[in-house]
Design a protein around this ligand. Structure first.
Ligand SMILES: Nc1ncnc2c1ncn2[C@@H]1O[C@H](COP(=O)(O)OP(=O)(O)OP(=O)(O)O)[C@@H](O)[C@H]1O
Length: 239
């Protein structure tokens, strides 16, 4: 679904991504992991066509990433920074993003999405009056309006209460089972373990691991070691 070949991104002398290559098949929840500053958001913003790679190629389905008109309808992007109109209501935000994505959808449809995120009772409330967690949930809801085939999610559940987080994670699993492809960044171990089929680990802009937790365990194996999943991830991420 997503093919990334030797992608680099330079900000002046800062090399944020260094020849990163990876393949993400349809229906996968791919966990993009790494310490702060590793390059995760940079890669997601490139996939979301918000910034351009300095070099390398990316194809999504059969389209080159530069074909924005083909690519953008395929993608739902949940940025790390909340992208909402603070002085508008929940409804107005949903309508705004549906128009932005050129989705011809009814208000009932938009209301239903909000209901899924337990935001329907805030339908006429200003975003400025919502809690941080509610804003996060609305940030996710707006990315789903145009029913994208690919979801790019940059730490989407930070600050969301445990129950809502679990419900969102279950919903994402359901979306993946229906064939959506999800690229997910998080620093939350339980989310990684619950959600991700495969992992890509970035360090200083380089991809240092791509594969399943079991594959990582084999790579880390030394005689007598019986690492738990949590320990495998810890070893993958430590410097
Ligand atoms: N617009 C920019 N201009 C200059 N440098 C940038 C810019 N955006 C990101 N960087 C640099 O690129 C590197 C990777 O940043 P990025 O935000 O992608 O990391 P991250 O893995 O998402 O980190 P975090 O886990 O903290 O969100 C960092 O060194 C950062 O300072």
């Amino acid at each position: 679904m997503i093919s990334i070949q030797k992608v680099s991104k330079n900000y002046g002398r800062n090399h944020s991504l260094k020849e990163v290559s990876m393949e993400i098949p349809k229906g996968e929840i791919f966990g993009l992991l790494g310490p702060n500053g590793a390059g995760k958001s940079t890669l997601l913003s490139i996939l979301a066509t918000i910034s351009k790679p300095s070099s390398g190629t990316i194809t999504i389905k059969e389209f080159d990433l530069s074909l924005h008109k083909k690519i953008r309808p395929l993608i739902g992007y949940v940025p790390q920074e909340i992208a909402l109109l603070d002085e508008a209501t929940v409804k107005e935000n949903m309508v705004f993003w549906s128009k932005f994505n050129q989705s011809q959808v009814s208000n009932e449809y938009l209301y239903d999405i909000c209901e899924r995120f337990h935001l329907a009772n805030k339908w006429t409330e200003k975003v400025a009056h919502l809690s941080g967690g509610m804003k996060r949930k609305l940030n996710i809801a707006t990315a789903l309006i145009h029913q994208p085939e690919i979801l790019l999610m940059d730490e989407p559940t930070v600050g969301i209460d445990l129950q809502s987080k679990m419900e969102i994670n279950q919903y994402l699993k359901q979306l993946a089972e229906e064939g959506k492809t999800i690229v997910y960044t998080t620093h939350d171990l339980s989310e990684i373990l619950y959600l991700c089929n495969r992992l890509g680990v970035l360090k200083n802009g380089r991809l240092v691991f791509e594969g399943t937790i079991d594959e990582a365990r084999e790579k880390l194996y030394y005689e007598g070691s019986q690492l738990t999943d949590e320990e495998v991830i810890y070893h993958l991420l430590k410097n």
